[in-house]
Design a protein around this ligand. Sequence first.
Ligand SMILES: [Zn+2]
Length: 438
Amino acid sequence: MKTMKIYKAHILYTREKDRFEVLEDGYIAVGDDGRVTAVADSLKALDGGDAEVTDFGDRLLIPAMNDLHVHAPQYRNQGIAMDLELLPWLQNYTFPEEMKYADLGYAERMYRRFVRDLWRFGTMRASVFATIHTESTRLLIQLFREAGMGALVGKVAMNRNCPEGLSESVEEMVLGCEELIESLELRTERCDYNVELSPLNSRLVRPIVTPRFIPSCTPEMLRACGQLAKKYGLPVQSHLSENKGEIALVEELEGTGYGAAYDRYGLFGQTPTVMAHCVWTEGEELELMKRRGVMVAHCPTSNLNIASGMAPIRRFLDEGLRVGLGSDISGGHDLSIFRMMVYAIQVSKMCYQQNHERRFLSLSEAFWLATKSAGSFFGRVGSFEPGYEFDALVIDDSDLNHDNYSLLERLERYVYLGDDRQIVHRFCRGREIAEPKI
Ligand SMILES: [Zn+2]
């Protein structure tokens, strides 16, 4: 691979969860395929030939953020409607807002702002729920493509326990999903088994099979979702074990545990799968997730705001589960994944108060969750090791860096105190990403 670009800056990233890699005045080389070819502490060691060098001076260069769980059509509800728990919250606030996305004009206005705001906070990849509406979902996919940012975008499947305007027949759902795959020229050939080789998987913006959650989908709908995932080699996203009332409802509807219900329909790791929350996941459900490599999207602000509980992330890590972070707008109120690291650490400290046997999360662990671990759901994303896609942020923390802090302290201060104003360059798959138009 030919090296096209070399960047110089203070480079920080996490190869392992327990420690940072820190290169003061380091160099990183990026090939013409947008992947890192080498990282080194001197230009000579890099062996980058005569590639152009961009010097970012005293700034920090870190991997970009990944949001593993976010609802684009709940953008307008961000920061309001925090007075109910999950099930009445959905009925009273979320569903009425999502119904508005039948109107393409409204969808465009809101989705443009949503994509711009992800960009602002340095999130270059997101796993996104849209709504049931095929046309506005297509629009959202196009907005991500125009922006040059990576996303998995799900047309939501739901047909029970929801208002009529948000219910679709199984046939309509399947047709809508297949239309999206066809019309976006995403399908070059069918793929039955090998998800790695699926042509869909090299695209920066791709569809993801998205049953809302078990209470919103009949068995026929869930079965159809599992079949779509298998037929096109598509990943799957949904919600799991968020709230005790919800878990009781699933048991009543399906007669089994929550994870086992998804599994029955081919929606639990048969293709790459991410489940949001998992606050109450334990026992067989946890074992099955481990066996199948089902990923957890930990959404600490959402779990606090709608009083769901505290997900036992340390336990998940000890057990070897894959975990990333999600903003879960608008159960969560904050789109910044940097802020999500702070909340994840704070929630883990509350868990630690209850059980001193499980240590709370360190900064390097939270950073790793948000970058390399979450990034693994999108491909080789979230690290600067050779072969990883160059998704990166350049942080100018000069207004926070007034007293000779170490590089690690500067990063910590940025995570705790910084915001979008300090992010001065954003890269996704090797390309610099300009501010999307709203
Ligand atoms: Zn959610």
